[in-house]
Design a protein around this ligand. Structure first.
Ligand SMILES: *[C@@H]1O[C@H](CO)[C@@H](O)[C@H](O)[C@H]1NC(C)=O
Ligand SMILES: *[C@@H]1O[C@H](CO)[C@@H](O)[C@H](O)[C@H]1NC(C)=O
Ligand SMILES: *[C@@H]1O[C@H](CO)[C@@H](O)[C@H](O)[C@H]1NC(C)=O
Length: 432
């Protein structure tokens, strides 16, 4: 793992030298608090989503992504909102993004948590989803996932990025809202164009954007040991966004669909999280190595996208999600060396940070902003005219480690965080 240390050092030098991200000092460990939650008191407002010492939840840990699953009734109102999490208790032995590649055998898991919308009421206890018809001997190492909403009882399509042993694929499942913990396997999407899929944003029940984080992957035998890290270090713009659609075969409508793949945007250094705004007009993509979020204008007719903005964030962003009101929630890793050490079993925890990226309401640009946060985003990321960045959550790693995704439910105001290497998998913070 020495190359990782070297890579980290060079990455730091690069980031320090690069004028664009000069203040983005992800190598300096800030004095984060145990836990800070902007809408309440961390100690009393935030708790793990599953009972901590119950062995039934042993596999609910190291959760990379999560998504809301909305079930609408026939009258068009939201009946139930579930949270689905992608976790991989074996991540320390198999991680195609950060290493190592030791043991791909034990499968990761998906968990369903039925949420409440009522203040003062608890969410249900998470349940592990059961797979039906999943091919024997087919690996399962879930990363990004998204599921289409269910309307008037129809089934939903669930797509999950799977870092399987040979290549990364996208698994397609169907889930029936009347039996929500069963994921029926339909097919594996696989193409040479899926070089390094990471995150998914649905554009319909049968189409989605997917990011590819690197062009050179860790799986390439010899070069795999240093090329991906070189690509990250130099922040080479070799990541991209593709649009994928499953189109019914006109000659055989009930058979296997035709699978179309179009490149939507090229040249994004370590393209990681991706999200579609609730109105469908905007796509956001996290560039992990640049420490920025790119905003694209979307043409819904053909799913082409055009870059219109980029916003610096105070950490290396991982996953992103729009909340119900269209505010982008960005989560990531404020101290890169720590998460590398956690992946290598050298330390237990690494810090966490979540921000909201809100369209700027005032025309005054202050260099000091985010003044409520223990460590202000303004210390690390310059303010921009288009959007304001505001801290929602922060932790030195002891309160919550390695945050990778946060979702906010507008009905309850609750914030759900997953942690890539969090032993307790995910926490919920309730506004007080
Ligand atoms: C986080 O802060 C708490 C309280 O100051 C401290 O006890 C804990 O050791 C810190 N954790 C890390 C990883 O620095
Ligand atoms: C479910 O119904 C909605 C509304 O009629 C439709 O838009 C959607 O495509 C359906 N989903 C699936 C997976 O068929
Ligand atoms: C870290 O520890 C886990 C569990 O003990 C092990 O499976 C994994 O291979 C270790 N990873 C490294 C990089 O040493």
């Amino acid at each position: 793992m020495r190359w990782l240390a070297l890579g980290t050092a060079v990455l730091g030098v690069f980031i320090w030298r690069s004028g664009r991200v000069a203040r983005h000092s992800i190598l300096t460990k800030s004095a984060f608090p145990l836990g800070y939650y902007a809408s309440g008191d961390f100690a009393t407002s935030c708790s793990p989503i599953a009972p901590a010492d119950d062995p039934a939840f042993n596999d609910l840990k190291y959760c990379e992504d999560e998504t809301f699953w909305d079930v609408w009734n026939g009258q068009g109102s939201l009946q139930t909102r579930h949270l689905i999490l992608s976790c991989d208790a074996n991540r320390k032995a198999w991680n195609t993004v950060m290493g190592p590649l030791r043991d791909p055998e034990p499968r990761g898991s998906l968990w369903l948590n039925t949420l409440t919308s009522k203040e003062g009421q608890e969410d249900a206890t998470p349940v592990r989803m059961v797979f039906q018809n999943y091919p024997e001997g087919h690996d399962f190492h879930p990363l990004g996932l998204e599921i289409s909403p269910s309307h008037a009882g129809n089934t939903s399509n669930l797509f999950v990025v799977n870092h399987a042993r040979q290549r990364t694929t996208i698994e397609h499942f169907s889930v029936d809202p009347s039996n929500p913990t069963i994921a029926l396997y339909l097919r594996t999407l696989s193409t040479p164009y899926f070089v390094s899929p990471n995150s998914i944003a649905l554009t319909s029940p049968t189409s989605f954007y997917v990011t590819n984080d690197h062009f050179f992957t860790r799986r390439l035998a010899w070069v795999g040991k240093f090329l991906p890290i070189t690509e990250s270090i130099l922040a080479l713009p070799l990541g991209w966004v593709a649009h994928v659609a499953l189109i019914p075969n006109p000659l055989d409508p009930s058979g296997e669909p035709i699978f179309s793949h179009t490149v939507a945007a090229l040249g994004i250094p370590f393209a990681n999280g991706i999200a579609l705004s609730p109105d469908g007009s905007t796509v956001a993509v996290a560039s992990t190595t640049l420490g920025e979020v790119y905003f694209y204008q979307r043409e819904p007719k053909d799913n082409t996208i055009k870059r219109i903005d980029s916003v610096p964030v105070p950490f290396t962003p991982d996953n992103i999600a729009f909340d119900d009101s269209g505010v982008l929630i960005v989560t990531g890793h404020p101290h890169f060396p720590s998460i590398v050490s956690v992946a290598a079993n050298k330390t237990e925890v690494a810090p966490s940070w979540t921000v909201a990226v809100v369209p700027r309401s005032s025309s005054v640009l202050r260099s000091e902003y985010d003044t409520q946060a223990p460590i202000s985003a303004s210390l690390k990321a310059p303010a921009v005219m288009s959007y304001e960045v505001e801290t929602l959550f922060q932790s030195n790693g002891t309160g919550f480690s390695t945050s990778s995704t946060a979702l906010r439910d507008a009905r309850s105001g609750r914030l759900y965080l997953t942690g890539l290497y969090a032993e307790n998998g995910a926490i919920v913070c309730r506004p007080s």
